[in-house]
Design a protein around this ligand. Structure first.
Ligand SMILES: Nc1ncnc2c1ncn2[C@@H]1O[C@H](COP(=O)(O)OP(=O)(O)OP(=O)(O)O)[C@@H](O)[C@H]1O
Ligand SMILES: [Mg+2]
Length: 418
């Protein structure tokens, strides 16, 4: 089973939490003030964007201070009975076992107007009479629905941690997982996550799990991926939907083109369709889609595209007969795309050399690459003097010389021989 790294590396103490030193200090000093009796504001309202550590800060604080933490969220708050329990809990500071209590009411944004009889009004009532500290958490404290509640709360804003601290946290996680990361790779992931620590850690897991090293090259092609959540949901829809229509609708949700989506499906399918017969059927369908793809490439008959879509979505969806939906399966980025982007520069250099040869020898660049390049390689790898003459004649630049020479050392020797 795969454990999500956000859970496995969830901070256990305040010291592990990155960012928001001021907010945390404010929270701590408010909590401390309870030692001197009930303060004016009996609740603190933490607010800020998702994935930056609001919930985990409260949990770590409770653990550091050995508080009894009672966690609730909006869905626990639907019935009047639940509200009464909540009120009961909040009416006592100390517990039977001498531990102090902290009540956390998370994900306030999820409170909907009418259906929760209690709703915001009931929370206010509880807060007004609370005899123990209550922490409330919301993404948006300025949601009009919370306006009357705000008055009773100490407002504490959580902001997105900066790139440097996110990268630092990623480095710690790599260390624990026994992975040696390049600084640039971590910075890249951190930057892309835009302060959302949760999504940065998820990215890191998808890219680095099972590796010993993580290089910039491993992550740089991430730029191909626009919205990972979107693709994640799209794939789940394709692998697990019960109807063809639902699977096909996934294509409209995906913000990648058909070819890219094909690669995503191909790469991830074996990790989802665990039953071998299911997988074989799905592969068969994907192969048929691929056949249409190549026919489209050859004939430019775009009308065939709908068959590609049918086979790679609905075809894959109906292939699943025995496999049960898997739990958490990390998303894998298409290997084939990775390789292509990694070798892109190399391919560019090669084609530029083809053009240089074409100019001198009056053959097509493609022919130059297949017919001449292999011989040039042998010469450049073995005879620096001769290579130097050819390089001059063809007007090759340093990158091209190095490409043909194979190593930096040999390239230097060729330049020197000039
Ligand atoms: N500041 C942080 N320091 C270290 N880890 C963090 C931090 N923020 C988030 N994480 C990681 O991301 C996970 C999710 O964080 P958390 O649940 O606290 O986010 P949140 O701000 O409450 O988001 P939401 O608004 O979606 O509830 C944590 O379990 C932890 O692994
Ligand atoms: Mg949270």
């Amino acid at each position: 089973m795969y454990a999500s790294w956000t859970v496995r590396h969830k901070p256990k103490t305040l010291g592990e939490i990155i960012g928001n030193p001021q907010a945390i200090a404010d929270l701590v000093s408010w909590l401390r003030s309870w030692e001197q009796g009930i303060p004016k504001k009996r609740a603190a309202l933490l607010y800020g964007p998702p994935g930056i550590g609001k919930t985990v800060t409260v949990e770590a604080l409770a653990s550091d201070w050995s508080l009894e933490l009672v966690e609730k969220n909006a869905s626990d708050y639907r019935t009047e009975e639940a509200v009464r329990t909540f009120a009961g809990l909040a009416s006592q500071y100390g517990t039977l076992f001498g531990k102090k209590r902290l009540v956390l009411f998370d994900e306030l944004d999820g409170l909907t107007g009418r259906e929760d009889r209690g709703g915001v009004g009931a929370i206010i009532k509880v807060v007004k009479q609370a005899r123990c500290p209550i922490v409330l958490i919301a993404n948006n404290a300025y949601n009009p629905r919370l306006s009357s509640l705000r008055f009773y709360c100490l407002l504490i804003q959580f902001k997105k941690p900066n790139v440097r601290s996110v990268a630092k946290r990623l480095r710690q996680i790599c260390q624990r997982e026994g992975i040696e990361p390049e600084e640039e790779a971590l910075k890249f992931i951190a930057q892309r996550s835009q302060g959302d620590v949760r999504s940065a850690i998820n990215d890191l897991q998808a890219l680095a799990q099972g590796k010993q090293q993580l290089t910039y090259e491993d992550v740089s092609w991430l730029a191909y991926r626009d919205r990972k959540d979107a693709i994640f949901n799209v794939l789940r829809l394709i692998f697990y939907s019960k109807s063809c229509d639902a699977a096909k609708s996934a294509v409209d949700m995906a913000d990648v083109d058909h070819n890219m989506l094909f690669e995503w499906i191909y790469e991830n399918m074996p990790y989802h369709l665990r039953d071998l017969e299911d997988l074989a059927r799905a592969m068969e369908s994907l192969a048929t889609a691929d056949l249409y793809r190549s026919r489209i490439r050859q004939t430019r008959n775009w009308k065939l595209t709908r068959y590609v879509v049918d086979f790679m979505t609905a075809g894959v969806a109906v292939a699943r007969e025995k496999t049960e939906p898997a739990g958490f399966v990390p998303l894998r980025f298409p290997e084939r795309i990775k390789t292509l982007s990694r070798t892109k520069k190399e391919r560019q250099t090669k084609s530029k050399i083809g053009w240089k040869i074409k100019r001198r020898c009056h053959i097509s660049a493609a022919e130059a690459i297949t017919e001449f390049l292999p011989y040039l390689r042998v010469i450049f790898e073995n005879n620096a003097g001769m290579a130097s003459g050819i390089a001059k004649w063809l007007e090759l630049d340093d990158a091209m010389v190095e490409y043909l020479a194979g190593t930096k050392k040999q390239a230097k020797a060729i330049v020197k021989a000039d």
